[in-house]
Design a protein around this ligand. Structure first.
Ligand code: ATP
Ligand code: MG
Length: 247
């Protein structure tokens, strides 16, 4: 089991889109569990009818996350769904001792032990739950949308990961416009800051991605022949390669 989180404190950068499309790619050869830890429940709704229960498993020792488990229309992808109830347990989680917090998060992560990859879709907020998850999972990827502000925010994100002792997998540049000189300059700047922690694959800004999401389809299911679909194929291959080589 490899546990991989997609996290950025900034909203709308593509955490959910990346988790869904990468899950779909990895599922060609592997068993995947997606855990939606965002009360917005976007990846939950993409894959299944959201069921409550994950939030209780996060705060109650003997409560299994099984109640939030759903099969999906993808034979190799299962999901632990979230609902807006998850937004209400942050304060309760904070009241737990550090050991109890760790034990509850470990319980949820180890629910994925029957799977090859567990992909975690996190909310755009560094709550105590998010903090514990990124501490305890194997690797954290940070999707970003290039802009001067996003670049300025990078030390905040990497600093948060360092504070949590998280394994930083790298930044995934999403919504990249290769025709835009500014995007190319910002990409070079990001590489000069993070070196090989910038993934080689960039995901283009694409209507295919935006529209496929609205139709509850992956980019590949929607338009397999496009650069957008190929980008997720390359991204998943790069994530597997980095996981295997411990980068
Ligand atoms: N490469 C892309 N090209 C065009 N649109 C995209 C791309 N990636 C994501 N989007 C769109 O941007 C919006 C935000 O994406 P997404 O929900 O994946 O971000 P998020 O980081 O999970 O957001 P949140 O922080 O709210 O959870 C969605 O409408 C999605 O369809
Ligand atoms: Mg999201």
């Amino acid at each position: 089991m490899n546990t991989i989180a997609f996290y950025n404190n900034k909203g709308g950068v593509g955490k959910t889109t990346t988790a869904i499309n990468v899950a779909n790619e990895l599922a060609e050869k592997h068993r995947i569990l997606v855990i939606d830890l965002d009360g917005q429940a976007n990846s939950s709704r993409f894959f299944a009818e959201p069921k409550a229960g994950l939030e209780t498993a996060l705060v109650k020792k003997n409560f299994t996350p099984d109640v939030a488990h759903s099969n999906t229309r993808y034979p190799n992808i299962d999901v632990l769904t979230s609902t807006s109830a998850l937004n209400l347990v942050n304060a309760q989680f904070e009241q737990l001792s550090d050991e109890e917090q760790t034990a509850n998060i470990r319980k949820v992560l180890s629910y994925g032990s029957r799977y090859d990859y567990v992909l975690l879709d996190l909310p755009p907020a560094l709550t105590k739950i998010t903090e514990k998850v990124i501490t305890l999972c194997d690797c954290v990827y940070v999707p970003i949308e290039l802009s001067t502000f996003a670049i300025q925010g990078i030390p905040t994100v990497t600093g948060a990961l360092t504070n949590c002792n998280a394994q930083f997998g790298g930044c995934i540049v999403n919504k990249f416009d290769k025709e835009n000189p500014s995007d190319n300059e910002l990409l070079e700047l990001l590489k000069s800051m993070l070196g090989n922690k910038v993934l080689k694959t960039t995901v283009p800004f694409s209507r295919v991605i935006k529209n496929s999401f609205s139709f509850r389809l992956t980019a590949k299911e929607y338009m397999k022949w496009t650069a957008a679909a190929t980008a997720f194929e390359n991204l998943a291959a790069e994530i597997i390669e980095r996981t295997e080589n411990g980068i």
